[in-house]
Design a protein around this ligand. Structure first.
Ligand SMILES: [Zn+2]
Length: 871
């Protein structure tokens, strides 16, 4: 995870120049003249000579704005790059210039539209208009002339206190004041979140619910106007600079300054330029003595405004909303709330060379402004990918910036676009792009030394939601798409969307020594959360039409497999069809009109299911001990596939509002796979599945509640904990919900939930509302206990006969929770029946009329409840 840091670019906009709609200029003799003119402007600007710039214009006034912007005050360095050139109808050339102006610590970035007249003689400036202007960039450096003695300093932020009794401080300033400070000396850090789930995570990290750590250095970034409040003058006393202290402080500063709030300006400046935190925001990098570097961030605009990050192991320890934040947004939130725009459609064209781990792309995306108005679009794109240009048909070439360590791409618009505006962007990019793993591959493998892998698995390259292989929103965002992927001819491609015909030769790929390529095209006419593709050697195995309620004509299934997996894939096709059709019957529809199932190879099983397709890795060897994994069910070998197929409905068609809500996706996928076992497999299978789910969920329940999402097991780097809770406990909770409200209400609720939330992101509260309506019951206690709480109830079970009745007694030890428990009654005749008792409150008694003599009564014999039964 990248720690969330808000950008604090202060963007000022001036009048917008008309969009350049001309045709591309032909390289002619005039080209040199124009380039010479640009060099002349740059040279005059570097000399601070505004008069010389004005003299380059056809008439004095044409370049006066340009001249004063570039030379008042005079820069210490200036770089002007021509980014775009078009020929206007008038015969003039229209240039787009990016200008980076530096003076001392300060940098300014601007784009200018400059019209150039190229008649007889030299090229002249005919008009010049500033389009964008970015200020507030600083090349920060410690002030070597200032040192302070620290006297009993305590820096406080929500749930954080940094105390330094005595030590030294050095600062870095902008003209507005101090924005960075280095503290040296032996101090203490205390981090004490209030929320129980967060305290559990802090305890997992530091062995104590309150983190107390000695430190020897702190680097802090804040807004200059917040400095005096955090650092009272009495605590910082100026003194003479000690060169040794300055050297130590400089080391700390250099170590941390580049890690956050840094802009990479690529060819405009080799330096890293800093931006300033937002008012009230704070980043504290604390070099602790025994826990490595910990980063505390307060970021007021984020839905969860407080984070603590372990730099050494790149883990989020805490991520949560402060009480002030909760007061403004309530308990639930959608990650969409803070995004200024919505992506409506993609047209993605990529060339992938998997063996070299490179990608080259042209992404066109249609965005619609959600905010009241916006002047920038924050996108995500893998950090190593180089953006060669961002264009819009309306505005021409747009200024873009990369933020260091954030996979961020910021696109500046030349004017504020009001709410509802739509805009196409075209982004050209290329660079290294490693493939990602399938889900659930972080299985701890202890390989039997006797067993060696004879055949290496067929290479398979996945590009999906864990790497930003195409420009996208900072949140998952439903959009339609057209994806075209060109790969070397020996490979095949499965990607998001319905295949639009067989692959064809890839046009225009004729690099030096390039092998021929094939181009695969896919169309998604229904919205998808993200785009994905798999590149591998694949064979066609089967093609079927599956029966579903919606879409009316059914869903077209294509089965493909690595060459060695063809036979297995063929044998599994009927099963896949049966599972898919079963799910459609439960929900009444299938979300996407086509589905491709790919069988690939790996040492351990795993799967991934983006919209329109799924890939399932078949384990090549059976001797690997992934058997202990929480999601391995020996008696149900198709469980993985069944889980992945269910993701078409849960996780893809119905998304989740933020990471806390991932249980809706994994829990439903896991539970649908369980329902398939219940309805279609041998009677004992359901029991073994529930038994294993219950056992693993209970074992790991003290690691945190379901609502913690990916953070379960994150600090420990143990994905099994995540699977035990987010997969298995969630599925068990859905099973218990069903047993609490009955099959009729539960399945009606599932259908409504699916229909209401198709192609949208849902939250726990949305599911609760639907289920409350379907069952006409208040379920808040149930959801509070099972989704937000981590406790597993302990119940003392006993029974007694009372005349003709059998009284089942359930006594909860500890705070009671709502839990439906199946009690299996076995009669003397050998007949058995299971009675569901809704344990609620401390003691629940439930009477059953006995029709024949009872032999035994066993609570939770079917493992259907997450409960520990004691006598
Ligand atoms: Zn899953």
């Amino acid at each position: 995870m990248v720690i969330p840091v808000l950008l604090a670019l202060s963007l000022l906009w001036t009048a917008q120049a008309g969009a350049s709609q001309g045709t591309a200029a032909k390289p002619a003799a005039a080209v040199d003249q124009v380039a010479l003119l640009v060099r002349a402007i740059e040279k005059a600007a570097a000399a601070g000579d505004g008069t010389a710039i004005r003299a380059l214009a056809a008439d004095e006034s044409a370049a006066s704005d340009l001249a004063s912007a570039l030379t008042v005050p005079a820069p210490s360095r200036i770089v002007i790059h021509e980014r775009d050139r078009t020929e206007l109808a008038t015969g003039r050339q229209r240039l787009l210039l990016e200008v980076f102006w530096e003076r001392g610590l300060e940098g300014r970035l601007g784009t200018w539209v400059v019209d150039v007249a190229t008649g007889a003689g030299a090229a002249r400036i005919a008009a010049a208009t500033r389009v964008t202007h970015v200020t507030g960039l600083y090349r920060l450096a410690l002030d070597g002339a200032k040192q302070y003695d620290v006297r009993d300093l305590t820096v406080e932020a929500p749930d954080l206190a940094l105390h330094l009794k005595s030590g030294s401080a050095f600062v870095a300033e902008t003209p507005e004041g101090v924005t960075a400070i280095v503290l040296l000396g032996s101090g203490t850090m205390r981090f004490s979140p209030q929320l129980p789930a967060e305290r559990t995570q802090v305890k997992i990290f530091s062995n104590s619910e309150v983190l107390d750590a000695p430190f020897d250095a702190v680097f802090m970034r804040l807004r200059p106007e917040d400095f005096a409040e955090k650092f009272p003058a009495a605590a910082l006393v100026p003194r003479e600079v000690s060169p040794r202290d300055l050297q130590r402080a400089t080391q700390v500063f250099d170590d941390y300054v580049g890690r956050t709030l840094q802009i990479n300006l690529s060819d405009l400046s080799p330096d890293r330029w800093s931006i300033t935190p937002q008012p009230g925001d704070l980043i504290a990098e604390v070099r602790t003595r025994n826990l490595g570097s910990l980063t505390y961030t307060r970021s007021r605009n984020d839905a969860e405004d407080i984070t603590l990050f372990d730099r050494r192991r790149r883990r989020n320890i805490s991520v949560y909303a402060s009480p002030q934040k909760l007061a403004t947004r309530g308990r639930f939130y959608s990650e969409d709330d803070l995004v200024d725009y919505d992506v409506l459609a993609y047209e993605l064209d990529v060339i992938i060379t998997p063996d070299r781990e490179t990608i080259q792309g042209n992404a066109r995306m249609k965005v619609k402004v959600r905010a009241a108005a916006t002047t920038t679009l924050n996108l995500r794109l893998q950090e190593d990918l180089v953006v060669s240009g961002v264009y819009s048909p309306d505005f021409g070439r747009l200024l873009h910036l990369r933020v260091v360590n954030q996979n961020a791409l910021i696109v500046s618009l030349p004017e504020a676009l009001p709410h509802g505006s739509e805009l196409w962007l075209s982004i050209l990019y290329s660079g290294p792009m490693p493939a990602q793993d399938l889900d659930r591959e972080a299985i701890n493998i202890e390989q039997d030394p006797q067993e060696t892998v004879v055949l290496p698995p067929e290479p398979r390259y996945l590009y999906s939601n864990r790497g930003y292989w195409y420009p996208q929103s900072v949140v998952t965002d439903y959009a339609t798409a057209r994806v075209s992927v060109s790969v070397p001819e020996q490979y095949d491609v499965i990607a998001t969307g319905r295949p639009a015909g067989p692959p064809g030769p890839a046009p225009g790929v004729t690099g030096e020594g390039e092998r021929p390529r094939r181009r695969f095209v896919f169309e998604s006419d229904r919205p998808v959360r993200y785009l994905a593709c798999v590149v591998s050697r694949l064979r066609d195995v089967a093609s079927r039409r599956m029966q579903t309620g919606e879409p009316a004509g059914g869903v077209q299934l294509q089965v493909q497999a690595n060459p060695r997996q063809v036979a297995r894939a063929r044998n599994t096709t009927d099963r896949a069809v049966e599972i898919f059709e079963f799910y459609a019957s439960l929900v009444g529809a299938a979300p996407y009109p086509s589905f491709t199932l790919g069988f690939t190879e790996r040492e351990t099983p795993g799967g991934h299911s983006p919209a329109y397709f799924a890939v399932v890795d078949q384990p090549q060897q059976s001797g690997l001990s992934w058997r202990n994994d929480p999601v391995n069910f020996d008696s149900y070998p198709q469980f993985f596939m069944a889980h992945e197929l269910a993701h078409q409905w849960w996780g893809q068609a119905v998304g989740w509002k933020n990471y806390h809500e991932q249980w809706l996706s994994e829990g439903f996928a896991q539970y649908f796979a369980t329902l398939y076992a219940e309805r279609k497999l041998a009677p004992g299978v359901l029991n073994t599945v529930l038994r294993r789910m219950r056992e693993t969920a209970i074992d790991d329940s003290d690691k945190g509640p379901i609502y913690l999402g990916y953070r379960l097991g994150h600090i420990q780097a143990d994905a099994r904990i995540f699977r035990s809770i987010v997969y298995n406990k969630s599925a068990m909770v859905l099973h218990m919900l069903r047993r609490s409200i009955g099959d009729e209400a539960f399945f009606a609720g599932v259908r409504t939930f699916y229909t209401d939330w198709q192609y949208r992101k849902a939250g726990t509260d949305d599911l609760m509302k639907v289920m409350e309506k379907a069952s006409k019951r208040d379920l808040s206690e149930f959801f509070d206990a099972w989704i937000f709480g981590e406790r597993i109830p302990t119940v003392r079970f006993s029974h007694r006969t009372d005349g003709p009745a059998l009284v089942l007694r359930l006594e909860q030890i500890g705070a009671p929770m709502p839990v439906p428990i199946g009690v299996r009654l076995q009669y003397e005749s050998g007949k058995t029946e299971t009675v569901i008792v809704q344990a609620h409150g401390r003691i629940t008694e439930h009477a059953v009329q006995l029709r024949e003599p009872l032999r035994s009564a066993v609570a939770n014999a079917d493992f259907g409840a997450l409960v520990t039964i004691v006598r």
